[in-house]
Ligand binder design. Sequence first.
Ligand code: SF4
Ligand code: SF4
Length: 95
Amino acid sequence: MDKFEEMMQKMQKMSAAERKAMLDSVKPKCTCPECPTYNDCMKGKEELLFCATGKTGCSPAKKACICPTCPVTPMMGLKNMHYCIRGSEQELRKM
Ligand code: SF4
Ligand code: SF4
């Protein structure tokens, strides 16, 4: 089991409130606002943490993705990128 799978197992044991608190604590670390793909619509809606929440409805033009250099990537054991367009890590791993 890799790090992301362990994190998912831990989160499954949490209550909805605990899960929300955990995501809220990680949100300020999300570097999406510095990414060239992050558009004004996403900014206006204050959308972040697409690796956990999945695709945006803001139809961004696919440019670079800076997820690989985000501190959340090693913290959560993420392996993918372009989550705002492709879906969450969990969706991309078909878990
Ligand atoms: S990995 Fe990407 S989507 Fe997830 S928190 Fe970091 S920048 Fe945001
Ligand atoms: S998920 Fe990746 S591509 Fe999308 S805004 Fe965040 S860093 Fe950029």
